[in-house]
Write a protein that binds this ligand. Structure first.
Ligand code: ZN
Length: 190
């Protein structure tokens, strides 16, 4: 399946849907919510419908324009799942078509899918493919996510509660503590 192309899309250059962002916009606070997400870079606008009652799911509808001017209407649903949150409450996930519960979907081609489906990684071009199966690789991705979150977090606490980003950061720290990689980073204690 390896082609001769020398560059693979970098995750951070693609249109993406992030669960924490949906949560921030209160998509999960009612049994049914609809809205629009837009990505300024490519001009894409998606209609989003979130249903949190029985068989929770997210439905995405958008129109893609090809380079030769053709137009493609895309519409599909993905399941939603929850897990208990470390700080109480529950945490939402989107279930990718591959079955993984994930927090970020990328539009690698026509559809939003997880980075595994699109083989999106933060690796350099020279790294071997087998690296992806290494547990350490997941750990390194978590370290990168921590680094990204730390850049993003402007407030650690709001109204006496950790902000959503801070919660995610705390969870990543907790997860990393369970791995074998020694951390040189500081652990936040609340
Ligand atoms: Zn996937």
């Amino acid at each position: 399946m390896e082609t001769t192309q020398t560059t693979k899309p970098e995750a951070n250059t693609l249109d993406r849907i992030e669960v924490w962002e949906l949560r921030r916009k209160r998509y999960f606070d009612a049994t049914y919510t609809s809205g629009e997400i837009s990505w300024p870079s490519g001009g894409l606008v998606a209609h989003v419908e979130v249903s949190t009652s029985k068989n929770p799911n997210i439905e995405l509808s958008y129109t893609l324009k090809g380079q030769n001017g053709d137009v493609k209407d895309i519409n599909y649903r993905l399941r939603l799942a929850t897990s208990p949150c470390y700080f109480g409450g529950r945490r939402w996930w989107i279930v990718c078509q591959c079955g993984r519960r994930i927090g970020v979907l990328y539009r690698g081609d026509n559809y939003f899918r997880c980075r595994h489906c699109y083989s999106l990684t933060y690796r350099s071009r020279n790294e071997k493919k087998s690296l992806r199966s290494n547990p350490l690789f997941r750990t390194l991705n978590d370290v990168l996510r921590i680094s990204n979150l730390k850049d993003k977090i402007k407030r650690e606490v709001y109204g006496g509660e950790p902000t959503n980003n801070q919660r995610e950061l705390n969870l990543l720290y907790a997860k990393l503590l369970l791995t074998t990689l020694p951390l040189s980073d500081n652990i936040k204690r609340g």
